[in-house]
Design a binder for this molecule. Sequence first.
Ligand code: COA
Ligand code: MG
Length: 293
Amino acid sequence: MKLRSLLFVPADSERKFAKADGIGADALILDLEDSVAPGRKAFARGAVKDLLGGGPRNWSFLVRINPFGTGLTLEDLAAVVRPGLDGLLIPKVNGIEDVDLVSHYVDVLEVATGIPPGDVKLLVVATETPAAMIGFNGYARKNERLVAMTWGAEDLSAALGALTNKEADGNWTFPYQVARAQCLFAAGAAGVAALDTLYADFRDQDGLAESCRLARRDGFVGRVAIHPAQVATINTCFTPSDADLAHARRVVAAFAAAPDVGTVGIDGKMYDIPHLVAARRTLASVGEGHSNG
Ligand code: COA
Ligand code: MG
């Protein structure tokens, strides 16, 4: 599943879905959670059901369900785990146990609806509760369905009673920098994609591009979007440039030409095995070569 850009669409908005389809996002996340008012949950589930029955698509169909504790999770799962669904985004998880629990429910629903076992993938918003922030260890033992982790600051700061999660200059305050970094580390330990959180100011393309540059620098491979205008910028920022690809090919070629050494020099700089791993990863992200180091 390609996961550079994932656009949230409130599941009860037919108008927004029509706009989002064809916008170029790798995935649409039909949201049943916070962007849908309590009185509209049943309607939104029905809308997702109808859309899943629609024609062929060139994007992955994801649904964000309501979290445990709301009393809505099982009804969401029963409604949306059906042919056509590619994955579920689980918000407000406290750790891998919540992933395992959803995974078990999905095991049964796949059988009931004729989906090949294991086809429905899981993604999590990994930092939205204080308990999640002290419960990252479990991700290292992996869940087969888990393909990506993202993080969020708003629900965490609300749960903590923080007055803000941003400095005056717009940067995250320290606790949320920790959350962002923990998401990266946990995704790395689980061997799944790390996706950066949303960029709320959807009119600020330059700010979004710079924020994506920093995310990619740090190891995030994609990002969630809240507005169609953000998708193209995210796709561009998380796609290696021609120069990136050319450099990666040079690194791979230099090691291929010297199979008996662990270190090579290119243009007066030392490259060793971690650089080779990174170069292969860059090429693999565009379907070139293989990514194992
Ligand atoms: N998906 C699809 N279409 C969207 C969209 C989205 N996420 N966000 C905006 N649009 C559409 C609008 O409907 C509008 O189309 P229209 O003129 O045909 O009605 C167009 O894009 C321009 O929208 P704009 O006026 O710039 O924004 P807005 O004020 O209508 O909406 C938000 C702002 C934040 C409410 C909206 O972007 C949104 O709903 N985002 C997703 C929220 C969400 O799912 N949150 C959950 C994750 S945190
Ligand atoms: Mg939220």
